[in-house]
Design a protein around this ligand. Structure first.
Ligand SMILES: [Zn+2]
Length: 56
């Protein structure tokens, strides 16, 4: 199954970012440096952000 792109809101600053749902590396917020998502081998684990919208 293909991943999808997610628009997420950083929990630690008021910025939005686009993440790939099956990211294979950890993703940090480019603004505040907070970890947003961790790779799990499948669907990335969103640890520091909340999903605003799922994109296709
Ligand atoms: Zn941030």
């Amino acid at each position: 199954m293909a991943g999808k792109f997610l628009r997420v809101n950083c929990n630690d600053c008021p910025s939005e970012h686009i993440l790939f749902s099956r990211a294979s590396t950890a993703i940090s917020c480019p603004i505040c440096g907070s970890t947003l998502a961790l790779p799990t081998g499948g669907k990335a684990d969103l640890v520091g952000c909340s999903i605003v919208e799922e994109l296709n």
